[in-house]
Design a protein around this ligand. Structure first.
Ligand SMILES: [Zn+2]
Length: 369
């Protein structure tokens, strides 16, 4: 049996397409689990262009970006604005470079955070390497894992404490990716996490590509995720909130106690937005049935919650790892699967449909009655 075709896995194509008047789609290569490209959109106006989600950090993406811009008759210095839909490296990568070379302003949601999530308004000048080094140091000091408070209260610095809230190993980028970032940082002497010059909030209006776009805050995939809606022409820049053929990862490592509940609410809010004639996602091809796609993704998670409950009936009291290995196929096992499983278990627990118990070794065990 062949697996159904997933648009998000397709490798990046070279062509630049005008998906709406003054809105160009440029595909940049990425290689992440389930993803072969990220869509960077250029929004053209009389001053040049704004780009949305300029790919991964590093010189390979930067070179490709310049080629795509050239195809569209644009130069780096024409990019007056960079919009980052959320705090994942495949979306904010080129932002720092545009700010440096073109003086572009960088727009992201007010709650934009990457890595260490201190409850401050300063941008974290911290790379994943720093976080890993810190975790190693704490481990070598033999420090006891910090008391993490009641179940469901997720720690703010999951990498720093070296363990996840459920007691497993935290997710880390691949070795290759970490090396690449380290090199980029070393060569450029820059942090690859952009400074946000223009933070925005839900309800703000941005003038881009000769249109007014409303900022729609959509926490779930990340706390700081936002979409843009142009009500005049019914365009919707969706980021990773709603993707055409896969469901975005919902991480249990969140500032929210229940990120899945936040995601459900954000899907509800977006499903009600009208008019929407064209959805421009960050991965995969543009599509038009936004409300249907929101409902389908909600249904997927409701089915996953049912499956978690039935796994619990079979296993009895079991670790997050054990739940995740029943919920996910073996090729997906690991920290990301555990993180998503944890988000589902915590959602059930908060609804009174699961119970959690912390074992002596710090691992969380759940039962779903
Ligand atoms: Zn993405």
């Amino acid at each position: 049996m062949t697996r159904p075709h997933k648009q998000e896995q397709e490798s990046a194509r070279e062509e630049v397409t005008e998906v709406a008047p003054n809105v160009l789609r440029m595909q940049l290569p990425i290689r992440m689990p389930g993803l072969g490209h990220v869509n960077c959109y250029a929004l053209l106006d009389e001053r040049g262009a704004a780009v949305v989600d300029p790919g991964l950090p590093g010189s390979a993406t930067w070179k490709t970006l310049q080629q795509r811009l050239a195809r569209a008759g644009l130069r780096v210095r024409d990019v007056h604005t960079v919009i980052v839909t959320h705090s994942h490296p495949d979306h904010f990568g080129g932002a720092t470079r545009f700010a440096k070379e073109a003086g572009s302003r960088v727009i992201a949601h007010r709650s934009f955070r990457f890595g260490v999530s201190e409850a401050t308004h300063e941008q974290p000048e911290v790379s994943v390497d720093d976080l890993a080094a810190h975790a190693d140091r704490e481990a070598s000091l033999g420090e006891e894992p910090r008391q993490r408070g009641p179940v469901g209260h997720t720690p703010r610095e999951p990498w720093k404490i070296g363990r996840t809230p459920w007691g497993g190993e935290p997710p880390r980028p691949s070795f290759k990716m970490r090396m690449r970032w380290r090199m980029a940082r070393w060569l450029g002497g820059l942090s690859f996490v952009p400074r946000i010059s223009d933070p925005v909030s839900g309800g703000d209006v941005l003038r881009l590509a000769g249109r007014d776009w409303f900022v729609v805050h959509t926490p779930g995939h990340t706390e700081d995720h936002f979409c843009l809606h142009d009500p005049d022409e019914g365009l919707f820049l969706a980021g990773d909130h709603v993707l055409p053929t896969i469901t975005p990862h919902i991480s249990g490592l969140s500032l929210r106690a229940d990120p899945l509940a936040a995601y459900f609410e954000s899907l509800d809010r977006v499903a009600d937005i009208q008019p929407v004639h064209q959805v421009l996602p960050a991965h995969g091809h543009p599509f038009d049935d936004l409300a249907d796609r929101c409902r389908a993704i909600q249904k997927h998670h409701v089915e996953r919650l049912e499956k978690v409950k039935s796994i619990g009936r079979e296993l009895g009291l079991a670790s997050v790892e054990a739940f995740s290995q029943r919920l996910f196929k073996q090729r997906s096992w690991g920290a990301m699967a555990e993180s998503e499983t944890f988000a589902h278990l915590e959602h059930l627990r908060r609804l009174g449909m699961a119970e959690a118990r912390r074992q002596q070794d710090g691992r969380l065990f759940y039962s779903t009655g």
